[in-house]
Design a protein around this ligand. Structure first.
Ligand code: FES
Length: 113
């Protein structure tokens, strides 16, 4: 499904159950040569950059806390996984991607370089 600004919706799975999340609710995904982090919290799926904007921590190795904040494994900075806002006050911004679950599958909106 094409969209504005050279961005395209890519189908990544038939449904959420098909995605192989780790026990921390996170997974990595390859899309057009780029690795992304995807996660699931309270049946809501999100997608963000693979690496933390602070010092490159691998976000899929972190965890989702009880408030639904994505926590980096290296220095425990916290992010809103839907907006990328840094919730622990350090001023960083985690890139996020639109992700949608529909009857015909799970899709991520991704802009090709
Ligand atoms: S690398 Fe993520 S908090 Fe430092």
């Amino acid at each position: 499904m094409a969209s504005k600004n050279n961005a395209t919706w890519y189908k990544i799975a038939e449904n959420i159950e098909e995605i192989n999340f780790s026990s921390n609710g996170l997974a990595e995904l390859q899309l057009n040569g780029k690795t992304l982090c995807i996660g699931l919290f309270n049946k809501q799926i999100f997608a963000c950059a693979q690496k933390c904007p602070h010092a490159g921590g691998i976000m899929a190795n972190g965890y989702i806390d009880a408030l639904g904040q994505l926590v980096c494994p290296l220095h425990r900075y916290k992010f809103n996984p839907n907006t990328g806002k840094n919730l622990s006050g350090e001023g960083y911004y985690l890139k996020t991607y639109l992700i949608a679950t529909r009857e015909d599958g799970v899709f991520i909106r991704f802009t090709n370089p």
